[in-house]
Design a protein around this ligand. Structure first.
Ligand code: UDP
Length: 242
């Protein structure tokens, strides 16, 4: 039998991860490839919850820099995450994986509202649960949503899938060829050194609740499975100090 290190995971997909090289909108081939990778781990018996971002469609910060009311711009961002979530659900169901989307902002015609106990029941029944709509609050991010939902559903780990980098580096690896990849870090390292892994609200929440995070590349097919089976790819961030 294949060994599994993590029984229940939260997979954080940024909007960018769904847009491929275009950096904007959705690339159906990429969405399909991610769905296939999710299927692989789901079929191993891993309980998979996904938190989807919206940056490929809209970011609240951009709107507010253009003079919009920040909260309104953020609500637009949260709605963007719903579109991405529905695209991923569609792709997963096309390959036979039962999936539920739960939104933190109610829109009953398109998805279930977020109900923690119901989400946990779906996971126990091996349905993939997609958490859409972020936290439902402006001024937050979908990274914070991943931390919050992981704590709520008692996930063993957050897997942060990246499409442009394969872990956490001490400098931008695209601009600096000598940038060094970390294999292991603590949340305090991230906060103290200002490493661009996730925002400080999300990092603090993970640290306080001792939730490990693995940052890895999703562009190589099979990587979600590798991480779940305990292969050391990417960077692991631990709740407690190293
Ligand atoms: N957002 C928000 N509250 C949340 C989650 C998201 O206001 O709890 C808004 C925010 O404007 C953000 C946008 O939704 O810019 C898209 O989310 P995020 O930037 O986290 O997406 P990602 O970078 O992962 O694609």
């Amino acid at each position: 039998m294949t060994s599994i290190r993590y029984k229940r995971i939260v997979l954080k997909l940024s909007g960018e991860a769904l847009s491929g090289t275009a950096g904007y909108g959705l690339d159906p081939a990429i969405v399909k490839s991610i769905a296939q990778q999710v299927k692989e781990v789901s079929e191993l018996g891993v309980e998979v919850a996904v938190v989807v971002g919206g940056g490929n469609i809209w970011r609240g910060k951009v709107g507010s820099e253009m003079g919009m009311d920040r909260a309104t711009a953020d609500y637009m961002g949260m709605l963007a995450t719903v579109m991405n979530s529905l695209a991923l659900q569609d792709s997963l169901e096309n390959i036979g994986i039962p999936t539920r989307v739960q939104t933190s902002i109610e829109m009953r015609q398109v998805a279930e509202p977020y109900i923690r106990r119901k989400a946990m029941r779906h996971l126990e029944k091996k349905r993939v649960v997609i958490f859409a709509g972020g936290t439902g609050n402006p001024y937050f991010s979908t990274d914070t949503t991943a931390a919050l939902r992981a704590a709520e559903i008692e996930a063993n780990v957050i897997l942060m899938a990246k499409n442009n980098v394969d872990g956490v580096y001490n400098d931008d690896p695209v601009k600096n060829k000598d940038a060094r990849k970390y294999t292991e870090l603590s949340y305090l390292d991230i906060l103290n050194e200002g490493l661009a892994v996730m925002d400080s609200t999300a990092s603090s929440l993970c640290m306080d609740n001792n939730i490990p995070l693995i940052v890895f590349s999703i562009t190589e097919e099979g990587n979600i499975k590798r991480v779940v089976q305990g292969e050391n790819i990417g960077t692991i961030v631990r709740g407690k100090e190293k």
